[in-house]
Design a protein around this ligand. Structure first.
Ligand code: CMP
Length: 156
């Protein structure tokens, strides 16, 4: 796929072996993955796409319906909210975004924009749901983290 100048997507393709290896060995110690067991991780990987975004691309827009969640492979994203003067958060390699709309069945709580060339592993909502149905441990972990983020937004 080439950059269409609108979405900012430069490339989207299935995850290849070297990324799977990297995820299994390295990312498991970082951020979200540290909470996942090896078998849970192995379950998630085949459903993921690797998407490369140009700097300044909007991955999720506040208020829209959620259709996927994203794990940041390499890069940086800024989380912003319409009425907030400052960014809500800046997230980097190993972190995840877009989980709240899928878990809570709510519109996107904030806008996620890339701060530089950024590669993310994308998990579509239907694959996410399949994993949630099969992995109660992982779902509990994600939900706990998402609830903490939601209460931070409520504090403003
Ligand atoms: P979602 O609501 O689907 O889309 C916007 C995303 O921004 C949200 O999921 C979270 O992944 C992320 N987000 C929202 N609030 C915070 C926060 N307080 N800290 C970090 N990330 C957040």
């Amino acid at each position: 796929m080439t950059n269409d100048g609108k979405s900012g997507v430069i490339e989207a393709r299935p995850v290849v072996d070297k990324e799977i290896e990297w995820l299994q060995q390295g990312m498991r110690n970082v951020g979200f993955f540290s909470k996942l067991g090896r078998s849970q991780l192995t379950e998630v990987l085949p459903y993921m796409l690797l998407i490369q975004y140009a700097e300044g691309s909007v991955i999720c827009s506040e208020g829209e319906a959620g259709d996927a969640m994203y794990l940041i492979y390499r890069g940086k994203v800024v989380i912003t909210k319409k009425d907030w003067k400052d960014p809500v958060a800046v997230l980097e390699d190993g972190d995840f975004v877009g989980e709240m709309a899928l878990l809570f069945g709510e519109p996107r709580s904030a806008t996620v924009t890339t701060a530089c060339l950024t590669e993310v592993f994308c998990l579509a909502a239907e694959d996410f749901k399949r994993i949630v149905d099969r992995s109660p441990d992982m779902t509990r972990t994600l939900r706990r983290l998402a609830e903490a983020r939601r209460s931070q937004l409520a504090k403003s």
